[in-house]
Design a protein around this ligand. Structure first.
Ligand code: HEC
Length: 153
């Protein structure tokens, strides 16, 4: 590649990354990001289940889905910033009510700890441990959606 073109491209990338690091996130983008992370978790749960219950013979990839779930599950706490209760979202405003903080944060913590336990149990080839962690993880998804996500009706 021509040297000048390459320098300009690299400068552009650097600018894009530093802009990303400093600019405040617009609420609409924070909502898009929340949905993207949620959808990614759902995809990894589906892939995990297909392998774990023997429908797909890709045992060597079970770990990558468990690792991804732990990485994504650890992001729960940043997915619900103030100001993202309105717009193109199915998150109920209840999430941001003072009296809900304890209960909501418990579900966020359960998402993080159960996905981390799932990762560790899969890595250790601990099947009962993985089953228990997966159950707790699923309960965190369902528990949160039941209370804090708008239902399509
Ligand atoms: C602490 C609460 C909470 C937990 C835990 C949680 N979710 Fe969600 N999830 C939500 C809320 C609220 C929405 C609606 C987001 C919106 O529309 O802005 C949502 C949306 C979604 C969506 C729809 C995304 C879209 O494209 O609109 C999927 C799929 C999803 N979650 C899957 C999962 C899975 C799988 C888990 C568990 C591994 C999980 N969620 C854990 C609260 C939670």
């Amino acid at each position: 590649m021509h040297r000048l073109v390459r320098t300009v491209l690299v400068a552009g990338l650097v600018a894009a990354f530093s802009a990303g690091a400093t600019a405040a996130t617009a609420p609409a983008d924070a909502i898009k990001y929340r949905k993207a992370v949620m959808a990614a978790m759902a995809a990894h749960v589906s892939a995990f289940v297909l392998i774990n219950f023997g429908k797909v013979d890709q045992q060597e990839y079970l770990k990558s889905h468990a690792n991804a779930l732990a990485d994504l599950g650890a992001q729960g706490k940043v997915l619900f910033p103030a100001g993202t209760d309105t717009g193109d979202t199915n998150a109920l405003p209840l999430i941001w009510k003072e009296q809900e903080q304890e209960q909501f944060n418990k579900l966020i913590a359960q998402l993080e700890t159960s996905s981390a336990r799932l990762r560790d149990a899969v890595a250790a080839n601990d099947k009962p441990g993985a089953a228990a962690a997966f159950k707790s993880l699923s309960e965190s998804c369902k528990g949160c959606h039941d209370r804090y996500q708008k239902k399509d009706d």
